[in-house]
Design a binder for this molecule. Structure first.
Ligand code: ADP
Ligand code: MG
Length: 394
């Protein structure tokens, strides 16, 4: 990797500020309901503690709009992290200020301190230099392990690197290497599967994957727009009528008719979203008048499975149907199982996609489930992430 990591610096006896992504779901009682993101940074924390560093953790949680809000306190995360680490995790009720300073000053090697939500301060998202310098003053070294926030230039992801030596943590390293390899040197055949509601969110990624992948399988709402661009009548389905030209030019880029882009040949349709009970599977040219498409059909799933079976590398982003609704989730859940069972390196990105993977019960059966939705797509667009650019070069 081009950037320095934890392994490249001395950490013994240091106070290390680690920016993590602890933006986890909480229930009504404030208990952590999914600790995947906490577990994902344990290797970095445990490495530092084992080598005699004290760890100061900072994260955002939710969207508190720049002021303290009990709904978004990180306190429950400190409790869950303590259970996972098997040691006490101290908590400071602020990210900067006298309490945070005192708590940081008193840390001994092997201690862990979690600061309160950095987004309780408007200065965080404004990348305010003074706020960044106050965060930096708590520590001797900065580690960024918050891949999910690396596409944002905030005080705790970018600003702080002006005041401390800054390196990547192990999760950041793994994300950059795994996703980076998809663009630089994937084992082939490389099959990419893209879904989700709209083309508009993912035009750049689609362009990039059309260049890099051997096959691009397209499902979900965005497939409707591609099909409409080919002249099919999608009836009441979600279609971005202002993106038909974009869809046509993406298809042209792939080389017309060479089969590298695989679109649905059949769809699961219903008169409306709330009528999954009368859903039926039809070819793309037989959607009943006034009905909409909410999932890929059986034939399409078979077609996708054929390509996936030949793959040595698979990347998947975006559900291929309206998977939140029972009855329209079959395509997505079956696809998840097929990808998980494939004899290939399997890399999954996107918040909804990972949720689908979990619902299919195969989240631990893939090579890498990225912790960063937006960040993973930005990286696949071939863009440098500000939070990564700010780290020291090797
Ligand atoms: P991710 O979060 O994994 O990047 P997206 O947010 O891009 O995925 O896409 C997920 C959304 O796309 C889901 O809310 C899903 O309901 C929607 N979607 C997928 N297929 C369709 C469809 N045929 N019609 C409408 N919405 C769809
Ligand atoms: Mg999403």
């Amino acid at each position: 990797m081009a950037k320095k990591t934890l392994r490249d610096v001395e950490v013994k006896g240091k106070k290390v500020f680690v920016r993590v992504d602890f933006n986890v779901p909480l229930d009504q009682q404030g208990k952590v309901t999914d600790d995947t993101r906490i577990r994902a940074v344990l290797p970095t924390i445990e490495y530092l503690l084992a080598r005699g560093a004290a760890v100061i953790l900072a994260s955002h949680l939710g969207r508190p709009k720049g002021r303290p809000d009990v709904r978004f306190t990180l306190r429950p995360v400190a409790a869950r992290l303590g259970e996972l680490l098997g040691r006490e995790v101290l908590f400071a009720g602020e990210a900067v200020g006298p309490d945070a300073e005192t708590a940081a000053r008193q840390l001994r090697p092997g201690d862990v301190l979690l600061l309160e939500n950095v987004r309780f301060y408007p200065e965080e998202e404004n990348n305010d230099p003074e706020f960044a310098s106050k965060l930096a003053a708590l520590a001797d070294l900065y580690v960024n392990d918050a891949f999910g926030t690396a596409h944002r230039a905030h005080a705790s992801t970018v600003g702080i690197t002006a005041y401390l030596p800054a390196v990547a943590g192990f999760l950041m390293e793994k994300e950059l290497e795994t996703l980076g390899r998809l663009l630089s040197n994937p084992e082939r055949p490389f099959v990419a599967v893209i879904g989700g509601a709209k083309i508009s969110d993912k035009i750049k990624v689609l362009e990039r994957l059309i260049e890099k992948a051997d096959f691009l399988l397209i499902g979900g709402g965005m497939a409707n727009t591609f099909l409409a661009a080919q002249g099919y009548n999608l009836q009441a389905s979600l279609v971005e009528t202002d993106k038909l030209d974009v869809a046509r030019s993406l298809l042209a880029k792939a080389g017309a008719g060479d089969g590298r882009v695989v679109l649905p040949v059949d769809l699961v349709v219903a008169p409306e979203l709330g009528r999954a009970d009368v859903r039926t599977n039809v070819p793309v040219d037989r959607i009943p008048a006034g009905w909409g498409a909410f999932d890929i059909g059986d034939e399409t799933l078979n077609l996708f499975a054929e390509k996936l079976a030949t793959a040595r590398t698979i990347f998947w982003n975006g559900p291929v149907g309206l998977f939140e609704v029972v009855g329209f989730d079959t395509g997505t859940l079956e696809l998840a199982k097929k990808i998980a069972a494939a004899d290939a390196t399997t890399v999954i990105g996107g918040g909804d996609t990972i949720a689908a993977l979990k619902r299919a019960g195969v989240a631990d059966k893939v090579t890498h489930a990225s912790t960063g939705g937006g960040a993973s797509l930005k990286l696949l667009e071939g863009r440098e992430l500000p939070g990564v650019a700010a780290l020291q070069d090797r």
